[in-house]
Design a protein around this ligand. Sequence first.
Ligand code: 4AD
Ligand code: MG
Length: 459
Amino acid sequence: MKRTKINILLALEKTPGEIIIKGWVRTRRNSKEFCFMEINDGSCLKNIQIIANKDLENYSDIETITTGTSIAVEGRLVESPGKGQKWEIQVSKIEIINMAQDSYPLQKKRHSDEFLRTIAHLRPRTNKYGAVFRLRSEMAFAIHKFYKEKGFRYLTAPLITGSDAEGAGEMFRVTGLDPEKVKKQGKMDFKEDFFGQESNLTVSGQLSGEMFALALGDVYTFGPTFRAENSNTSRHAAEFWMLEPEMAFCDLKENMDHGEELVKYLTQHAINECHEDMNLFTSFVDKSLPKLFDILLNTEFGRISYTQAIEILLKSKQKFEFPVEYGTDLQSEHERFLAEIYFKKPVFLTDYPKEIKPFYMRMNDDEKTVAAVDLLVPRIGELIGGSQREERLSVLEKRMEEMNLPMEDYWWYLDSRKFGSAPHSGFGLGFERFLMMITGINNIRDVIPFPRTPGSIDF
Ligand code: 4AD
Ligand code: MG
């Protein structure tokens, strides 16, 4: 007989009779005649109760089963007289696969998130983190589903790159050079390196995305990106996942329409498909989540320019740690004020000063601002960053010169503006930030399986 997963069993209308389950013991309680256990196999939040009669031949072992033990259970699925559960299992046989040692750290019902981060290899066995990572898996699927339905192609952009997409210089170097040799030579000779030049881990798949959008039409990348920025905040990770749609013949407004549709779709998908896990977040993590979902699904997102945002911030009586000034990047406190307090809903900010944005953003007619867009959301701040791209070769070249970019390294990028260039737009959505938004979880470390942040790579 094959094992049945607990989520399947719990959804059954009538009993199939004999079944086998395999999973991990969450709790055990002995009475005179029976031993009761709650088993979880990770397929869903809920446990199933099993009842082992003392006639079982290995009952003396069963009585001593510890929390965390892996077992296989054969028995009959029967209606449970207990409250809050439809089914339970009358055991005919228990195989103890591996008895968990007494030092198993997940004995108590509740542990702090900080403690659980120190055992990131075990935390998916708790209710909360099981829910987080089932949701994460489902949302990755939802992204592919959304784009499949819209006729987009999935592009797997390279992770090792020779270019710095964002021009931000916060990249992890990839090298095969021998540190001893480098020390002796007193320098890194990249001509001798694996690729014969400097290479890095990607900070964004955008530039590849642009090339493919100008060939396949609408594309998206969804994969890991890496940033060596030393910002030890609850919203930054050194390795995070980014979704990047890139659309040919698309302007800034259509780009925003797309972003809004995407956020609404993903939120609705989470609510529909992860009902039980989402209930855990609304009950135990953030009770105001249903209100947020209502806003995300049923209101139109705000749309204002960067200039208007600065005016709102300057006029507000709010005390900020960082001063507000035209021409500087918004800090997360400013972004949150706008989304959380002023608009009380997600808001797109557009048309930023060119000085604080990368070279590829399309120059506006004022020649001072570019067709950038960020989506700011309550509690998180920036969820999406994107733009309409500069499709005019001469304008792009001028901008690159002003910014002292090595034009020869970008010859292939510039080619796209010579051979059938077209208006196009796209953005990047931080996958972890989206998960933080819909779970109420406040630290990015708690929505990534094994977080990588400054000074920390334990697993
Ligand atoms: O705004 P960013 O830097 O935009 C880009 O990289 C563009 N090339 C995307 C594009 O147009 N195709 O990053 C996009 C999003 C941010 O809005 C944020 O949600 C997330 O990626 N993000 C991070 N998430 C976690 N940790 C970090 N260190 C992040 N940096 C950016
Ligand atoms: Mg950004």
